[in-house]
Design a protein. Structure first.
Length: 179
């Protein structure tokens, strides 16, 4: 009788030990994902910070008689930037806001092809290059973040991690799809 109590007690201690390890592992992977998100969010914030420079360059180098044609785009860009800046948490809403901002920035950059004075402007050319480099960095960080999220979701799906996930209230995370 005493031997079976020790065996059951040993098994329980071992299971608690395994559960503790799973909780610690989930926490470290979750923290790593959060760090990756903050790195990505920093780049996205920098892109948002560049928007006023792009808008001012457009306003400066597009002839005033043609500028009224693009006031709607400029206003939409300002609104999209502000909305994206307010939403900093990863998720479906953030993805939609960032896609919209990407579309608007691309449309604004295409104005350089339409207006020679803008297309030859040093400010415009520097901003265009900076946006291109920034998008490359964002894409790299997005891939890294998404790989970590896929790994985390895979870990959560393992049957032996389900109790730890329930205790820590960890749920599957969304990948961040970026253009």
């Amino acid at each position: 009788m005493m031997d079976s109590i020790f065996i059951i007690g040993g098994i329980l201690v071992f299971l608690i030990f395994l559960l503790s390890l799973a909780i610690i592992h989930l926490g470290s992977v979750r923290d790593e994902i959060n760090n990756r998100w903050y790195n990505l969010a920093e780049k996205l914030q920098y892109r948002q910070d560049m928007m006023p420079n792009l808008i001012e360059t457009i306003r400066q180098f597009i002839p005033s008689d043609k500028l009224n044609l693009h006031n709607g785009l400029i206003q939409t860009g300002i609104e999209a930037r502000n909305a994206a800046a307010k939403n900093i948490k990863p998720g479906a809403d953030k993805i939609i806001l960032e896609h919209e901002l990407s579309r608007i920035i691309a449309e604004m950059l295409k104005l350089g092809e339409k207006y020679e004075s803008l297309g030859k402007s040093t400010n415009y050319l520097e901003l265009k290059k900076e946006f291109k480099d920034l998008y490359a960095g964002i894409e790299e960080l997005t891939k890294d973040y998404n790989n970590r999220v896929r790994g985390f979701n895979s870990i959560l799906a393992r049957p032996y991690n389900i109790p730890a996930a329930l205790i820590t209230k960890n749920k599957k995370k969304l990948i961040f799809e970026f253009e």
